[in-house]
Design a protein around this ligand. Sequence first.
Ligand code: ASP
Ligand code: MG
Length: 407
Amino acid sequence: MAKIAMKFGGTSVADLDRIRNVAKLVKKEVDRGNQVAVVVSAMAGETNKLVKLINDLDPQYDPKEYDTVVASGEQVTCGLLAIALGALGVKARSFLGWQMPMKTSNMHASARIEGVPPENLNACLESGTVAVIAGFQGVAEGERISTLGRGGSDTSAVAVAAAIKADLCDIYTDVDGVYTTDPRITSKARRMEKIAFEEMLEMASLGAKVLQTRSVEIAMQHRVPVRVLSTFDPDAGGTLLCDEEDIVEKKPVTGIAYSRDEAKISLMKIPDRPGIAAAIFGPLADAGINVDMIVQNVSDDGKRTDLTFTCPRTELARALKALEEAAEAIGYREITSDANMAKISIIGIGMRAHPGVAQKMFKTLSEKGINISVISTSEIKVSVLIPEEYVELAVRALHSVYELDVA
Ligand code: ASP
Ligand code: MG
Protein backbone atom coordinates (compact mmCIF):
# COMPACT_ATOMS: atom_id res chain seq x y z
CA MET A 1 0.00 0.00 0.00
CA ALA A 2 1.21 3.46 -0.84
CA LYS A 3 0.13 6.98 0.00
CA ILE A 4 -0.50 8.98 -3.14
CA ALA A 5 -1.23 12.66 -3.68
CA MET A 6 -2.88 13.46 -7.01
CA LYS A 7 -3.55 16.92 -8.42
CA PHE A 8 -5.85 17.82 -11.28
CA GLY A 9 -5.64 21.18 -13.04
CA GLY A 10 -8.46 23.31 -14.43
CA THR A 11 -8.74 21.65 -17.84
CA SER A 12 -8.94 18.23 -16.16
CA VAL A 13 -12.05 19.27 -14.22
CA ALA A 14 -13.52 21.64 -16.83
CA ASP A 15 -16.93 19.93 -17.01
CA LEU A 16 -18.88 17.04 -15.50
CA ASP A 17 -17.62 14.46 -17.98
CA ARG A 18 -14.07 15.38 -17.15
CA ILE A 19 -14.80 15.27 -13.43
CA ARG A 20 -16.21 11.77 -13.92
CA ASN A 21 -13.01 10.86 -15.77
CA VAL A 22 -10.94 12.19 -12.86
CA ALA A 23 -13.05 10.15 -10.44
CA LYS A 24 -12.20 7.05 -12.45
CA LEU A 25 -8.47 7.80 -12.29
CA VAL A 26 -8.75 8.26 -8.53
CA LYS A 27 -10.74 5.04 -8.18
CA LYS A 28 -7.96 3.18 -9.98
CA GLU A 29 -5.49 4.21 -7.28
CA VAL A 30 -7.96 3.27 -4.54
CA ASP A 31 -8.56 -0.13 -6.16
CA ARG A 32 -4.81 -0.73 -6.09
CA GLY A 33 -5.09 -0.47 -2.31
CA ASN A 34 -3.55 3.01 -2.04
CA GLN A 35 -4.51 5.84 0.30
CA VAL A 36 -5.31 8.85 -1.84
CA ALA A 37 -5.42 12.60 -1.29
CA VAL A 38 -6.61 14.53 -4.35
CA VAL A 39 -6.12 18.25 -4.88
CA VAL A 40 -8.19 20.06 -7.48
CA SER A 41 -8.09 23.40 -9.27
CA ALA A 42 -11.15 25.39 -10.23
CA MET A 43 -12.83 24.55 -13.54
CA ALA A 44 -10.86 26.01 -16.46
CA GLY A 45 -11.58 29.72 -16.90
CA GLU A 46 -13.42 30.01 -13.59
CA THR A 47 -10.71 31.85 -11.65
CA ASN A 48 -10.28 34.35 -14.50
CA LYS A 49 -14.01 35.00 -14.44
CA LEU A 50 -13.94 35.64 -10.71
CA VAL A 51 -10.92 37.94 -10.99
CA LYS A 52 -12.73 39.90 -13.68
CA LEU A 53 -15.84 40.31 -11.54
CA ILE A 54 -13.69 41.77 -8.78
CA ASN A 55 -11.83 44.14 -11.09
CA ASP A 56 -15.02 45.29 -12.76
CA LEU A 57 -16.46 46.12 -9.38
CA ASP A 58 -13.44 47.90 -7.94
CA PRO A 59 -9.81 47.61 -9.04
CA GLN A 60 -8.78 48.96 -5.62
CA TYR A 61 -10.22 45.87 -3.94
CA ASP A 62 -9.28 44.58 -0.49
CA PRO A 63 -7.09 41.48 -1.10
CA LYS A 64 -8.82 39.64 1.76
CA GLU A 65 -12.12 39.86 -0.09
CA TYR A 66 -10.40 39.01 -3.38
CA ASP A 67 -9.32 35.75 -1.74
CA THR A 68 -12.83 35.07 -0.45
CA VAL A 69 -14.14 35.36 -3.99
CA VAL A 70 -11.43 33.56 -5.99
CA ALA A 71 -11.16 30.65 -3.54
CA SER A 72 -14.74 29.71 -4.41
CA GLY A 73 -13.81 28.05 -7.71
CA GLU A 74 -11.95 25.26 -5.92
CA GLN A 75 -14.75 24.83 -3.39
CA VAL A 76 -17.07 23.86 -6.25
CA THR A 77 -14.73 21.33 -7.87
CA CYS A 78 -13.71 19.57 -4.64
CA GLY A 79 -17.36 19.10 -3.72
CA LEU A 80 -18.24 17.88 -7.21
CA LEU A 81 -15.36 15.42 -7.30
CA ALA A 82 -16.36 14.02 -3.89
CA ILE A 83 -19.88 13.50 -5.26
CA ALA A 84 -18.54 11.88 -8.45
CA LEU A 85 -16.41 9.50 -6.37
CA GLY A 86 -19.42 8.65 -4.22
CA ALA A 87 -21.34 7.79 -7.37
CA LEU A 88 -18.62 5.26 -8.23
CA GLY A 89 -18.91 3.76 -4.77
CA VAL A 90 -15.66 5.30 -3.51
CA LYS A 91 -15.77 6.82 -0.03
CA ALA A 92 -14.66 10.45 -0.26
CA ARG A 93 -15.00 13.77 1.54
CA SER A 94 -14.08 17.32 0.65
CA PHE A 95 -11.62 19.54 2.52
CA LEU A 96 -11.47 23.31 2.19
CA GLY A 97 -8.25 25.11 3.13
CA TRP A 98 -9.37 25.89 6.68
CA GLN A 99 -10.59 22.36 7.29
CA MET A 100 -7.19 20.70 6.85
CA PRO A 101 -6.05 23.34 7.90
CA MET A 102 -3.59 24.74 5.35
CA LYS A 103 -2.07 27.59 7.33
CA THR A 104 -0.63 30.46 5.32
CA SER A 105 1.00 33.85 5.70
CA ASN A 106 -1.11 37.01 5.58
CA MET A 107 0.03 38.07 2.10
CA HIS A 108 -3.44 37.80 0.66
CA ALA A 109 -3.63 36.85 -3.02
CA SER A 110 -0.09 35.46 -2.90
CA ALA A 111 0.12 33.81 0.50
CA ARG A 112 2.84 31.34 1.40
CA ILE A 113 2.08 28.05 3.08
CA GLU A 114 3.32 27.97 6.66
CA GLY A 115 2.26 24.46 7.56
CA VAL A 116 -0.26 21.69 7.10
CA PRO A 117 -0.82 19.66 10.28
CA PRO A 118 -1.38 16.16 8.88
CA GLU A 119 -3.75 14.84 11.58
CA ASN A 120 -7.08 15.58 9.90
CA LEU A 121 -5.97 14.34 6.50
CA ASN A 122 -4.36 11.21 7.91
CA ALA A 123 -7.45 10.37 9.97
CA CYS A 124 -9.51 10.63 6.80
CA LEU A 125 -7.11 8.46 4.77
CA GLU A 126 -6.79 5.86 7.52
CA SER A 127 -10.56 5.46 7.63
CA GLY A 128 -10.41 4.42 3.98
CA THR A 129 -11.80 7.70 2.70
CA VAL A 130 -10.34 9.71 -0.18
CA ALA A 131 -9.53 13.29 0.88
CA VAL A 132 -10.63 15.65 -1.88
CA ILE A 133 -8.87 18.94 -1.28
CA ALA A 134 -9.61 22.40 -2.62
CA GLY A 135 -6.31 23.61 -4.07
CA PHE A 136 -5.09 27.22 -4.13
CA GLN A 137 -6.70 28.17 -0.81
CA GLY A 138 -5.62 28.28 2.81
CA VAL A 139 -6.35 30.10 5.99
CA ALA A 140 -4.49 33.16 7.25
CA GLU A 141 -4.52 35.11 10.49
CA GLY A 142 -7.95 35.93 11.89
CA GLU A 143 -9.34 32.84 10.13
CA ARG A 144 -9.44 34.77 6.88
CA ILE A 145 -9.44 32.79 3.65
CA SER A 146 -6.20 33.18 1.70
CA THR A 147 -5.01 32.08 -1.74
CA LEU A 148 -1.57 31.10 -2.96
CA GLY A 149 -1.25 33.11 -6.19
CA ARG A 150 -2.23 32.02 -9.68
CA GLY A 151 -1.40 28.41 -10.38
CA GLY A 152 -1.25 27.80 -6.62
CA SER A 153 -2.99 24.41 -6.66
CA ASP A 154 0.31 22.81 -7.68
CA THR A 155 1.79 24.18 -4.48
CA SER A 156 -1.19 22.96 -2.43
CA ALA A 157 -0.66 19.47 -3.83
CA VAL A 158 3.06 19.30 -3.12
CA ALA A 159 2.57 20.75 0.36
CA VAL A 160 -0.13 18.17 1.11
CA ALA A 161 2.13 15.41 -0.23
CA ALA A 162 4.95 16.61 2.04
CA ALA A 163 2.63 16.88 5.04
CA ILE A 164 1.19 13.37 4.77
CA LYS A 165 4.58 11.99 3.64
CA ALA A 166 3.14 10.69 0.39
CA ASP A 167 5.20 8.24 -1.62
CA LEU A 168 4.38 10.12 -4.81
CA CYS A 169 2.77 13.34 -5.92
CA ASP A 170 1.20 13.03 -9.37
CA ILE A 171 0.35 16.34 -11.05
CA TYR A 172 -2.19 15.65 -13.79
CA THR A 173 -2.45 18.36 -16.40
CA ASP A 174 -3.29 18.90 -20.08
CA VAL A 175 0.22 18.11 -21.34
CA ASP A 176 1.98 14.80 -20.88
CA GLY A 177 5.01 16.16 -19.08
CA VAL A 178 7.66 18.83 -19.00
CA TYR A 179 9.05 19.70 -22.42
CA THR A 180 12.47 20.95 -23.49
CA THR A 181 10.63 24.10 -24.52
CA ASP A 182 7.08 25.24 -25.24
CA PRO A 183 5.72 22.80 -27.88
CA ARG A 184 3.54 25.61 -29.22
CA ILE A 185 6.69 27.37 -30.40
CA THR A 186 8.43 24.39 -31.91
CA SER A 187 7.03 20.99 -32.80
CA LYS A 188 10.56 19.70 -32.21
CA ALA A 189 10.21 20.12 -28.44
CA ARG A 190 10.70 16.86 -26.57
CA ARG A 191 9.18 15.53 -23.37
CA MET A 192 11.80 14.94 -20.71
CA GLU A 193 11.72 11.62 -18.84
CA LYS A 194 13.36 13.24 -15.84
CA ILE A 195 14.32 16.71 -14.78
CA ALA A 196 16.38 17.73 -11.74
CA PHE A 197 14.58 19.79 -9.09
CA GLU A 198 17.07 22.64 -9.62
CA GLU A 199 16.42 22.71 -13.35
CA MET A 200 12.67 22.60 -12.89
CA LEU A 201 12.92 25.46 -10.43
CA GLU A 202 14.69 27.59 -13.03
CA MET A 203 12.34 26.48 -15.81
CA ALA A 204 9.29 27.40 -13.73
CA SER A 205 10.59 30.73 -12.51
CA LEU A 206 11.87 31.70 -15.96
CA GLY A 207 8.53 31.26 -17.65
CA ALA A 208 7.66 27.57 -18.21
CA LYS A 209 4.06 27.43 -17.05
CA VAL A 210 3.68 23.74 -16.13
CA LEU A 211 4.21 24.12 -12.40
CA GLN A 212 4.00 27.01 -9.97
CA THR A 213 7.57 27.86 -8.91
CA ARG A 214 6.76 27.60 -5.23
CA SER A 215 5.57 24.01 -5.68
CA VAL A 216 8.99 23.06 -7.02
CA GLU A 217 10.70 24.76 -4.08
CA ILE A 218 8.65 22.72 -1.64
CA ALA A 219 9.21 19.50 -3.58
CA MET A 220 12.96 20.14 -3.57
CA GLN A 221 13.05 21.03 0.10
CA HIS A 222 11.07 17.98 1.23
CA ARG A 223 12.33 15.66 -1.50
CA VAL A 224 8.80 14.88 -2.69
CA PRO A 225 8.91 12.73 -5.83
CA VAL A 226 6.71 14.68 -8.24
CA ARG A 227 5.49 13.41 -11.59
CA VAL A 228 3.85 15.59 -14.23
CA LEU A 229 1.49 13.64 -16.45
CA SER A 230 -1.53 13.99 -18.71
CA THR A 231 -5.06 13.43 -17.46
CA PHE A 232 -6.10 12.55 -20.96
CA ASP A 233 -3.27 10.10 -21.61
CA PRO A 234 -2.06 9.01 -18.17
CA ASP A 235 0.03 6.16 -19.55
CA ALA A 236 2.03 8.43 -21.85
CA GLY A 237 5.00 8.48 -19.51
CA GLY A 238 5.14 11.89 -17.93
CA THR A 239 8.16 13.62 -16.42
CA LEU A 240 9.68 12.81 -13.04
CA LEU A 241 11.24 15.55 -10.92
CA CYS A 242 14.26 14.06 -9.19
CA ASP A 243 17.62 14.67 -7.59
CA GLU A 244 20.50 15.71 -9.77
CA GLU A 245 22.31 12.46 -8.93
CA ASP A 246 19.52 10.47 -10.54
CA ILE A 247 20.23 11.99 -13.93
CA VAL A 248 22.90 10.12 -15.80
CA GLU A 249 23.45 12.17 -18.92
CA LYS A 250 23.98 15.80 -17.95
CA LYS A 251 23.66 17.79 -21.15
CA PRO A 252 24.89 21.40 -20.97
CA VAL A 253 21.39 22.65 -21.78
CA THR A 254 18.26 20.65 -21.03
CA GLY A 255 15.57 23.25 -21.49
CA ILE A 256 14.73 26.65 -22.90
CA ALA A 257 12.24 28.92 -21.18
CA TYR A 258 10.92 32.32 -22.15
CA SER A 259 8.71 35.02 -20.78
CA ARG A 260 7.18 37.61 -23.03
CA ASP A 261 5.82 40.11 -20.61
CA GLU A 262 8.99 41.99 -19.87
CA ALA A 263 9.65 45.71 -19.85
CA LYS A 264 12.96 47.52 -19.78
CA ILE A 265 13.73 50.87 -18.19
CA SER A 266 16.95 52.82 -18.69
CA LEU A 267 18.09 55.75 -16.59
CA MET A 268 20.63 57.82 -18.49
CA LYS A 269 23.45 59.82 -16.99
CA ILE A 270 22.90 59.03 -13.36
CA PRO A 271 25.63 60.25 -10.96
CA ASP A 272 28.33 57.59 -10.51
CA ARG A 273 28.62 57.60 -6.73
CA PRO A 274 27.70 55.46 -3.72
CA GLY A 275 24.03 55.44 -2.81
CA ILE A 276 22.58 55.88 -6.28
CA ALA A 277 21.48 52.28 -6.78
CA ALA A 278 19.77 52.46 -3.39
CA ALA A 279 18.10 55.75 -4.40
CA ILE A 280 16.71 54.02 -7.51
CA PHE A 281 15.68 50.63 -6.16
CA GLY A 282 14.38 51.86 -2.80
CA PRO A 283 11.36 53.66 -4.29
CA LEU A 284 10.77 50.73 -6.67
CA ALA A 285 10.73 48.26 -3.79
CA ASP A 286 8.36 50.53 -1.87
CA ALA A 287 6.05 50.55 -4.88
CA GLY A 288 6.12 46.73 -4.93
CA ILE A 289 7.86 46.47 -8.30
CA ASN A 290 9.53 43.13 -9.07
CA VAL A 291 12.86 44.16 -10.53
CA ASP A 292 14.61 41.34 -12.34
CA MET A 293 17.71 41.89 -14.48
CA ILE A 294 19.95 44.88 -13.75
CA VAL A 295 22.98 46.26 -15.61
CA GLN A 296 25.02 49.34 -14.88
CA ASN A 297 27.66 50.65 -17.24
CA VAL A 298 31.07 51.86 -16.24
CA SER A 299 31.24 55.61 -16.69
CA ASP A 300 33.92 56.87 -19.02
CA ASP A 301 34.49 60.10 -17.13
CA GLY A 302 33.94 58.70 -13.61
CA LYS A 303 31.05 61.09 -13.11
CA ARG A 304 27.95 59.78 -14.83
CA THR A 305 26.76 56.41 -16.05
CA ASP A 306 23.64 54.59 -17.34
CA LEU A 307 21.59 51.92 -15.62
CA THR A 308 19.09 49.51 -17.17
CA PHE A 309 16.76 47.06 -15.47
CA THR A 310 13.71 44.97 -16.26
CA CYS A 311 10.35 44.45 -14.58
CA PRO A 312 7.07 42.77 -15.57
CA ARG A 313 5.29 44.70 -18.31
CA THR A 314 2.21 45.08 -16.12
CA GLU A 315 4.30 46.98 -13.58
CA LEU A 316 5.96 49.37 -16.05
CA ALA A 317 3.60 52.31 -15.54
CA ARG A 318 3.91 52.12 -11.77
CA ALA A 319 7.69 51.78 -11.99
CA LEU A 320 7.98 54.88 -14.19
CA LYS A 321 5.77 56.83 -11.82
CA ALA A 322 7.88 55.83 -8.80
CA LEU A 323 11.08 56.84 -10.61
CA GLU A 324 9.67 60.16 -11.78
CA GLU A 325 8.66 60.96 -8.23
CA ALA A 326 12.20 60.17 -7.10
CA ALA A 327 13.80 62.02 -10.01
CA GLU A 328 15.43 64.70 -7.89
CA ALA A 329 16.94 62.28 -5.41
CA ILE A 330 18.35 60.10 -8.19
CA GLY A 331 19.45 62.87 -10.51
CA TYR A 332 19.12 61.15 -13.90
CA ARG A 333 19.14 63.20 -17.09
CA GLU A 334 16.78 61.06 -19.10
CA ILE A 335 14.56 58.02 -18.67
CA THR A 336 13.58 55.67 -21.49
CA SER A 337 11.52 52.52 -21.51
CA ASP A 338 10.50 49.70 -23.80
CA ALA A 339 7.43 47.62 -23.04
CA ASN A 340 8.01 45.01 -25.75
CA MET A 341 10.81 42.88 -24.43
CA ALA A 342 11.12 39.18 -23.76
CA LYS A 343 13.51 37.06 -21.76
CA ILE A 344 14.92 33.85 -23.16
CA SER A 345 16.76 31.48 -20.84
CA ILE A 346 18.80 28.35 -21.38
CA ILE A 347 18.88 25.99 -18.41
CA GLY A 348 20.90 22.93 -17.51
CA ILE A 349 22.80 21.45 -14.59
CA GLY A 350 25.42 20.21 -17.06
CA MET A 351 26.34 23.85 -17.74
CA ARG A 352 28.55 23.84 -14.65
CA ALA A 353 30.90 21.37 -16.29
CA HIS A 354 30.75 22.63 -19.89
CA PRO A 355 32.56 25.87 -20.78
CA GLY A 356 31.39 27.96 -23.74
CA VAL A 357 27.68 27.39 -23.28
CA ALA A 358 26.83 31.08 -22.99
CA GLN A 359 29.06 32.00 -25.91
CA LYS A 360 27.18 29.54 -28.12
CA MET A 361 23.94 31.28 -27.19
CA PHE A 362 25.28 34.74 -28.02
CA LYS A 363 26.72 33.56 -31.31
CA THR A 364 23.48 31.84 -32.32
CA LEU A 365 21.44 34.94 -31.60
CA SER A 366 23.87 37.21 -33.42
CA GLU A 367 23.72 35.00 -36.50
CA LYS A 368 19.97 35.56 -36.50
CA GLY A 369 20.51 39.31 -36.19
CA ILE A 370 18.94 39.43 -32.73
CA ASN A 371 20.24 42.15 -30.47
CA ILE A 372 20.70 41.33 -26.78
CA SER A 373 20.09 44.19 -24.41
CA VAL A 374 20.66 42.63 -21.00
CA ILE A 375 22.32 39.39 -19.88
CA SER A 376 22.15 37.62 -16.55
CA THR A 377 23.59 34.31 -15.47
CA SER A 378 23.60 31.85 -12.63
CA GLU A 379 25.36 28.54 -12.23
CA ILE A 380 22.79 26.64 -14.24
CA LYS A 381 21.16 29.25 -16.50
CA VAL A 382 21.85 32.11 -18.88
CA SER A 383 19.11 34.64 -19.60
CA VAL A 384 19.04 37.33 -22.26
CA LEU A 385 16.64 40.16 -22.86
CA ILE A 386 15.65 40.61 -26.51
CA PRO A 387 12.87 42.34 -28.45
CA GLU A 388 9.66 40.36 -28.08
CA GLU A 389 9.13 39.91 -31.80
CA TYR A 390 12.12 37.54 -31.92
CA VAL A 391 10.94 35.05 -29.30
CA GLU A 392 9.98 32.27 -31.71
CA LEU A 393 13.05 32.68 -33.86
CA ALA A 394 15.37 32.69 -30.85
CA VAL A 395 13.77 29.70 -29.12
CA ARG A 396 13.81 27.59 -32.29
CA ALA A 397 17.41 28.45 -33.11
CA LEU A 398 18.63 27.73 -29.58
CA HIS A 399 16.62 24.52 -29.38
CA SER A 400 18.46 23.21 -32.45
CA VAL A 401 21.90 24.46 -31.55
CA TYR A 402 21.84 22.74 -28.15
CA GLU A 403 20.66 19.53 -29.80
CA LEU A 404 17.30 19.38 -28.13
CA ASP A 405 15.25 18.85 -31.31
CA VAL A 406 13.46 15.55 -31.70
CA ALA A 407 15.29 13.32 -34.11
N1 ASP B 1 -7.53 28.21 -9.96
C1 ASP B 1 -6.32 28.88 -9.62
C2 ASP B 1 -5.75 29.61 -10.83
O1 ASP B 1 -6.28 29.59 -11.89
C3 ASP B 1 -5.30 27.97 -9.04
C4 ASP B 1 -4.83 26.87 -9.95
O2 ASP B 1 -5.50 26.51 -10.91
O3 ASP B 1 -3.76 26.32 -9.70
O4 ASP B 1 -4.73 30.26 -10.71
MG1 MG C 1 -1.49 25.28 -13.34
